[in-house]
Design a protein around this ligand. Sequence first.
Ligand SMILES: [Zn+2]
Length: 140
Amino acid sequence: MVQYNEGITPPRPMVDADSLPFWKVLQETKQLHFQRCGDCKELMHPPRPVCHKCHSFNMEWVPTTGKGKIYSYVVYHRPVHPAFKVPYEVVLVELDEGVRIVSNMIDCEPDEIYIGMPVEVVIDQVFEDLPLPKFKRQNT
Ligand SMILES: [Zn+2]
């Protein structure tokens, strides 16, 4: 699980014109949403201005179930930023809708994680104005 050292602010995600709506809807609804093409209905992440399937600019935001499985993961034994306590993991979660997102776990140690592990999203209000979507074990 990812934990932060006290007194050191963790790095903020880069927010640009394409990803701003992703972070804004997360902050306002406290629910994970993904970008969907308004024409062909393809789900996408990370956010982009144009549909990668049909090249439409008609984008919309739809909520997810927040449930998925660990698709892959890595364990960091050296911190990439002084705010992170080591070891910690970075997981690639494939949501039930088929979209993948890079995140962290909040409730298990790196050696407890396995590919295919059922997980569900947790909205972690790391910054006052910017929550981060993280994951925990799924209670099935
Ligand atoms: Zn499309």
